[in-house]
Design a protein around this ligand. Structure first.
Ligand SMILES: [Mg+2]
Length: 316
């Protein structure tokens, strides 16, 4: 009678993986599923998150004691000649994949063979079942204890703000009642609060000294890092060219602020989605295309590694 060895077990698992290769959620075949599997199961993902919040924790005292320690480039600091009033400290965090883990939503969409869409996303948000990103709760609780106000600058819709607030509160994140201070700043909550978060960072900076920014997307730190898709913008210049230029500009601006990473700006890993992916998808569009459609983004998944061209940014 054959005994089950680790090798035969491995072979059986491999066979099972190959036979289920048609499944849209198979990490062996679908890079999007692989990304979700990494977020949900890899100790390495967890370590990246803990490392990020640990570094911030180690720098918090220094940041709070130094009145010139300013993270947001929209924050111009005290006006010259002003009375010298020191603004209270704040930390600005993004929500999704920065403090809340939405990988169950991504896994569900992969299992059903569907991608992101606003309706199913809103239904997921309403469930209030997102869990905390490792390290986020401990760090923000400690920052609050030291007198820092935490602002959640998110591109969740204004209509989803109550569910977002509930989800954060259930997990124990610091969120004061809206009547005291609205710290959950959603997209379109005000007329000039679009998906670019610069106007919301400026809003916070008017009353607080922003000492640290946390996000999983370059847009959580800088403005104008996402593809512009309006037809007006692309009547003369193709979206393809726009994507290529933007991809290079994003790398150059990341290097321009090299000293901010890990001191004032803290990036969490998100291999599943973000403005990086939209930009690369845009850059691979055929000449003459004026709109990015989901098919283009899906096609990119098999091409993204070939895409990489030498960056003009300084190589280390
Ligand atoms: Mg996010």
């Amino acid at each position: 009678m054959a005994t089950v060895t680790s090798r035969s077990l491995f072979a059986a698992l491999l066979l099972s993986a190959v036979s289920s290769a048609q499944s849209p959620a198979d990490p062996n075949r679908d890079p999007a599923a692989l990304a979700v599997a990494w977020q949900q199961h890899a100790a390495e993902y967890r370590a990246c998150c803990l490392q990020t919040f640990n570094i911030a924790h180690a720098l918090l005292d220094t940041a709070l004691e130094d009145p010139t320690w300013i993270a947001a480039i929209e924050d111009e600091g005290p006006t010259p000649g002003s009375s010298g009033a020191i603004l209270p400290p704040a930390i600005v965090v993004d929500v999704d994949e920065t403090v809340l883990d939405n990988s169950p939503y991504a896994a569900r969409r992969l299992a059903s063979g569907e991608g992101f869409d606003p309706k199913s996303w809103s239904a997921w948000v309403a469930e209030r079942q997102a869990t905390a990103v490792p390290g986020a709760l401990a760090f923000l609780t400690e920052a609050t204890r030291r007198g820092v106000t935490v602002f959640y600058v998110t591109n969740r819709e204004f209509a989803d703000e109550p569910a977002t607030r509930d989800n954060l509160l259930r997990l124990g994140f610091p969120v004061p009642p809206t009547e005291i201070l609205d710290v959950v700043l959603t997209k379109r909550e005000r007329e000039d609060w679009g998906s670019d978060k610069g106007t919301r960072r400026r809003h916070v900076a008017a009353s607080f000294r922003i000492v640290m920014l946390f996000g999983d997307d370059l847009g959580d730190f800088l403005s104008a890092v996402k593809p512009t898709q309006s037809p007006e913008r692309h009547t003369e210049e193709s979206l393809h060219r726009h994507g290529q230029d933007l991809a290079l500009d994003r790398l150059a601006r990341t290097d321009e602020f090299a000293a901010h990473w890990g001191t004032r700006w803290f990036m969490l890993p998100n291999p599943s989605y973000g403005s990086w992916f939209d930009t690369l998808a845009c850059a691979t569009l055929p000449e003459g295309a004026t709109k990015l459609v989901p098919d283009h983004a899906a096609a990119l998944r098999t091409k993204q590694i070939e895409l990489r061209e030498p960056s003009p940014a300084k190589q280390d």
